[in-house]
Design a protein around this ligand. Structure first.
Ligand code: NAG
Ligand code: NAG
Length: 445
């Protein structure tokens, strides 16, 4: 039964064609508009006490449809009929979402990806969404996209890296404390993610914004490098590099690693770089990722252009690009990619964030830019007062913007966005929307 439906739905979906990548059509289908599943980032207080973590959200956008479906439901399998729904809600607007009372639960990665390399192609976690009237006419699932670049290679490989849309994570390493004193996985103002680097890669994230710090009190040099959020130590660096290495070793995907900020230990008081600390980091990166590194001296294109094509990187099997925020160090180490411009609104107001990003994405990249890439930092930044007064949390902040990030990327940012890095990325649909837009852009070349 499952097999025949798979085939029927696949052919039905391929007739629709337009902008969704072929592999995505298997799991995502709709006669018009879209539905998708996200994960609610804040906790929900339950009336009887206790907290609901990772509540499943159902989202819809039927704004292009002549009539909107009556209802939307949560399913634990391919949605065939309403009688199988775990919960059903009325659709009362052309665009919207509902937060269910159902938790994602332990979200084991499917198709063999939980512990190592699994089957190629997108795969569904358990939650599915369906919408329609008597019949379900739109469906989708919460997915992993472990091999989306390879799955779509025939179409997107001709794009230059600056022409792709690349889903990224802000403060990628800040997902759970792993220090001598803490293994905390939820807090208000430090942790920006809640999936490991491996899980982020498997979900489809291809750009990591890393904040690296150096603590000289560890005897072994490799133990001195940490991922931080500002001045707070979160996790040691080397194990994360090994997760990236394992992923690069077993896939054909391209990964962008960005040393975006060195909050501790990399600079003298007068601002001059401490060369030995920088060189120690570069040696570690070479040691752990060396065979995969695409050297800027070999692959960079002229200033103001959009860099090598995916094809070039994949053909030469050099699929890790490392950009570095200090141009003095870049000047002496020509394999490093130059400072990647970060569009940072530095505001705690969602309205100002979107005004800023709308304007900056339209005018990026700068014609003289040395980097072919630029990153839209799609999250608000708490003020010092927010932190002192414990006003809100990074999870609440992410919740206030992530739905708009999905809809902005699909519309206003569609033409020009490159890297979009967010907090708690499962609360938006940036991975699937990025893949669809990249395919769309390549179709127009
Ligand atoms: C979730 O549960 C609460 C109380 O148990 C209820 O009031 C609320 O309507 C439920 N929400 C949804 C979306 O089902
Ligand atoms: C986010 O989207 C909602 C729904 O479309 C809209 O009402 C709201 O104004 C948007 N917020 C921002 C800051 O753009």
């Amino acid at each position: 039964m499952a097999v025949s439906w798979y085939v029927v739905a696949f052919f039905a979906a391929s007739a629709l064609g337009a902008s969704i990548a072929p592999n995505q059509q298997i799991f995502e289908k709709s006669t018009c508009g879209r539905v998708w599943v996200t994960i609610h980032s804040p906790n929900i207080r339950l009336p009887g006490g206790g907290n609901l973590h990772d509540a499943i959200e159902l989202n819809w956008d039927f704004s292009t449809c002549s009539n909107i479906p009556m209802q939307i439901g949560l399913f634990n399998n391919w949605p065939l009929s309403w009688s199988q729904a775990l919960a059903v809600y009325t659709v009362d607007s052309s665009e919207g979402f509902v937060i269910t009372n159902v938790s994602l639960g332990e979200s084991k990665l499917p198709a063999g990806w939980n512990t190592g390399t699994g089957l190629k192609g997108p795969h569904c976690l358990w939650p599915w969404v369906g919408a329609g009237d008597n019949h379900i006419r739109a469906h989708n699932c919460l997915k992993i996209q472990p091999t989306w670049m390879e799955d779509n290679a025939e179409r997107i490989n001709k794009l230059r890296i600056g022409e792709l849309v690349i889903p990224g994570t802000h403060n990628a390493g800040a997902w759970r404390f792993d220090t001598e004193i803490s293994t905390l996985s939820r807090d208000s103002f430090v942790l920006c993610q809640d999936r490991s680097i491996w899980a982020q890669l498997v979900h489809g994230i291809r750009y990591f914004d890393f904040r690296i710090a150096y603590y000289d009190f560890y005897p072994r040099e490799e133990d001195r490098y940490w991922l931080n959020h500002n001045l707070i130590r979160v996790r040691p660096l080397v194990p994360l590099l090994r997760e990236i290495r394992a992923f690069l070793d077993s896939t054909k995907e391209v990964v962008f690693l960005d040393a975006h900020h060195f909050p501790m230990g990399f600079y003298h008081q007068d601002g001059a770089p401490i060369r030995e600390v920088h060189m120690g980091l570069l040696r570690l990166i070479q040691r752990e990722l060396g065979p995969h590194i695409a050297s800027a001296s070999q692959f960079a294109t002229a200033h103001g252009t959009r860099g090598p094509t995916l094809q070039t990187l994949v053909d030469s099997d050099r699929r890790l690009l490392f950009s570095y925020v200090d141009n003095n160090i870049v000047a002496g180490n020509r394999w490093l990619w130059p400072i990647l411009p970060h569009l940072w609104a530095n505001t705690n107001s969602p309205v100002e964030l979107f005004q800023y990003l709308d304007r900056m994405i339209d005018s990026s990249p700068q014609p003289s830019s040395r980097s072919p890439l630029f990153s839209a930092m799609a999250q608000t930044t708490p003020s010092v007062l927010d932190i002192i007064l414990l006003r809100g949390s990074l999870r609440d902040n992410a919740d206030n913007v992530n739905r708009n990030v999905t809809s902005r990327l699909a519309s206003r940012w569609r033409q020009n966005a490159n890297i979009v890095s967010s907090d708690f990325f499962l609360a938006n649909d940036v991975v699937d929307v990025s893949i669809a837009i990249s395919v769309d852009r390549s179709n127009r070349l």
